[in-house]
Design a protein around this ligand. Structure first.
Ligand SMILES: [Zn+2]
Length: 107
């Protein structure tokens, strides 16, 4: 147990990628996009600027399921790729602090 890598067969990764594609075509996903809110920074975007992101990447054992797939803006998506997991956590905790403002604007 010296790292967090989960051994996945190519077959398993392929299967999850396939499921992701199906999920992307689903009405459920289209509704999420229509809401136009990035899961990470909470800002609003036109649906075509949001991408599908796996909270836990498929390559780390994440599933292509509704509770692991979120809409993310391009900025957050690339941040997540470039930042170290620790830096990413920090970014998330910073955005979470603006959560109160967001709740105020809710109906
Ligand atoms: Zn974002």
């Amino acid at each position: 147990m010296d790292n967090f890598l989960i051994e996945l067969t190519e077959e398993e990764i392929k299967r999850e990628r396939h499921k992701s594609r199906e999920l992307r075509r689903s009405r459920w996903w289209k509704n999420r996009l229509a809401q136009g809110i990035c899961y990470y920074c909470g800002k609003r975007f036109p649906p075509d600027e949001l991408t599908m992101d796996h909270v836990v990447p498929v390559t780390r054992g994440g599933k292509a399921s509704r509770n692991n797939v979120v809409p993310a803006c391009k900025e957050c998506n690339s941040k997540k790729k470039y930042l170290l997991p620790m830096e990413w956590e920090e970014f998330l905790s910073r955005t979470a602090s603006s959560e109160e403002e967001k709740n105020d604007t809710k109906i």
